[in-house]
Design a protein around this ligand. Structure first.
Ligand code: B12
Length: 457
């Protein structure tokens, strides 16, 4: 049996970070691993890299027995377009859709061209679908899957995705393109799932679960040792959570002589709980930590249910700086901000001096409690999926017009990216060619913000 796996391209009008955050399609690599365990021949096409290629070419040359497509919120339209192309090629070729969007909003894909929607992906449910495709069985309801043949009804319990080692050979020909900010080629690794925190704006603990589930660190280090990339982005919610696990991580990297540079997400609390560990992590390659500071006032942090304070933010930043680890701070732009608040954020950045800073407008995602709070001020419907991309302004600002708000966002963006402190860091940390590519990436985002400012009412 042959299955074609596809990551869709990203449409030009989307507010996307893809020009500087461009990771491997790890979900498809995991699915590929599960398929190969079942003896399936796999071909993976990444249309985010092959932007000019056409799905029809691959359907004709590979002649798949089924097609699997991955999805994020920005992909819904293109997933459906690819599914239509598959059915035009052959009505009998089953289309399977999975990925984060299928987990969060499976109903986005309940269309005639899609046969199976995976809310969760496990060894068992993949095997059961394959058996069904081979004609060997017809299990009524498969755990975690909505089937067209059952009118997409599944009343069963749903589970979380099962841990699988990604089949990185499936993306071999694309791997040089994958990058994270200025680090290229950069691989992505996930070492744990779930989160102990309950931030009101975050959907990750909803997607992955509220309990922390850790993969044995020995398996992770083996995975990392096998990577050809010099840079690795660890995409856990908070990689710095467990001190003894981090110590074993360092021990194993040293024992196996693995030298890579790592970027990870880490919470302020995790940094403050174990400052003494940071120099050991630095000497084992930890070069940057993405820290969700989110706000510049305690009042706002407590509304977001953040487990840290402004004082903690400052201390954590100092710990990272003292150990030569770059701090990439992320912030949320609140819809009730005045011009003064935008200025306060800039002042706060001047004070904290994170090496890089990013921001995203507050997203009242339907999976979070914020949705109820803001549903009357939404600029888009919940099913305008591509707008829920963590870059667009979704809540009508209360203290200024939308146009004026976008103007503040644009100015903030220019000031943050032009900040001397960040520019110096970028030039020192990354090869010049990568810095130039990043600048081009930021510019495309500016262009989208300008367009939003001029066109959105
Ligand atoms: C790393 C990462 C990225 C990387 C790489 C993404 C990737 N791997 O494809 C980069 C930097 C490129 C990225 C980009 C974006 N991201 Co991102 N990203 C993540 C992060 C941190 C981890 C994703 C990941 O790799 N998880 C591990 C893999 C294994 O999980 P998975 O993809 O869900 O796959 C599993 C199943 O879904 C299944 N599966 C996946 N595909 C398929 C296909 C089939 C056919 C089947 C059967 C199964 C299947 O198999 C896997 C089994 O475990 C998540 C947070 C999170 N926890 O999800 C945010 C996250 C997915 N991103 C998010 C967003 C918003 C974006 C952007 C839209 C941002 C923007 N404005 O540009 C872009 C999307 C544009 C694009 N297409 O790239 C949101 C998604 C919200 C949503 N409803 O879709 C998340 C949840 C972060 C958040 N804000 O909370 N992202």
């Amino acid at each position: 049996m042959k299955i074609l796996l596809v990551r869709p391209w990203v449409n030009k009008n989307i507010t996307t970070v893809k020009n500087y955050l461009f990771g491997e399609p790890m979900g498809l690599e995991c699915f590929s691993a599960l398929l190969k365990e079942n003896g399936v021949e796999v071909l993976l096409v990444d249309f985010m890299v092959e932007t000019k290629a056409a799905i029809e070419t691959y359907l004709e040359s590979f002649r798949p027995d089924a097609v699997g497509i991955t999805s994020q919120c920005t992909d819904v339209e293109n997933v459906k377009e690819i599914a239509k192309a598959v059915k035009l090629y052959s009505l009998a070729t089953p289309v399977l859709v999975g990925g984060v969007q299928a987990s969060c909003f499976p109903n986005a894909f309940f269309v005639p061209e899609v046969d199976y929607v995976f809310k969760s992906t496990t060894r068992q449910n993949v095997k059961e679908v394959l058996d069904e495709l081979k004609g060997g069985s017809n299990i009524e309801q498969i755990e975690g899957i909505y089937k067209k043949s059952l009118d997409y009804i599944n009343e069963g319990e749903f589970c979380y995705n099962e841990y699988v080692v990604p089949d990185r050979s499936s993306t071999e020909k694309y791997r040089k393109s994958y990058k994270y900010v200025g680090y290229q080629p950069c691989a992505i690794v996930q070492t744990s799932y779930g989160c102990r925190n309950r931030c009101t704006f975050c959907i990750r603990w909803k997607i992955e679960g509220g309990e922390l589930r850790e993969v044995p660190i020995e398996e992770i280090v083996d995975q990392i040792a096998a990577l050809s990339e010099p840079y690795v982005m660890i995409c856990d919610n908070d990689f710095l959570i467990n001190a003894s696990r981090l110590l074993s991580f360092c021990d194993l990297l040293e024992a196996k002589g693995v030298r890579k540079e790592f970027i990870c997400y880490g919470s302020v609390n995790s940094i403050l709980e174990k400052p003494e560990l940071m120099s050991r992590l630095r000497s084992n390659g930890l070069v940057a930590v993405i820290v969700g500071y989110e706000a510049f006032e305690d009042k706002q942090l407590s509304i977001y249910n953040k487990a840290s304070t402004i004082d903690d933010n400052e201390k954590a930043t100092k710990v990272l700086k003292a150990n030569g680890i770059a701090c990439w701070g992320s912030f949320i732009l609140h819809p009730d901000w005045t011009k003064k608040d935008f200025k306060k954020l800039l002042d706060y950045l001047d004070f904290l001096k994170p090496e890089l800073a990013t921001f995203s407008p507050l997203v009242p995602h339907p999976m979070t409690p914020l949705y109820e709070t803001y549903k009357d001020r939404l600029l888009y419907d919940a099913d305008d999926y591509d707008k829920w991309n963590f870059g667009d302004v979704l809540i009508r600002p209360s203290k200024m017009s939308l146009k004026a708000y976008y103007w503040e966002v644009l100015k903030l963006s220019l000031k943050i990216n032009g900040n001397l402190y960040s520019v110096k860091y970028t030039l020192k940390a990354f090869p010049i060619a990568n810095t130039l590519k990043m600048i081009t990436g930021f510019n495309t985002l500016f262009a989208i913000y300008i367009k939003n400012m001029l066109t959105r009412r």
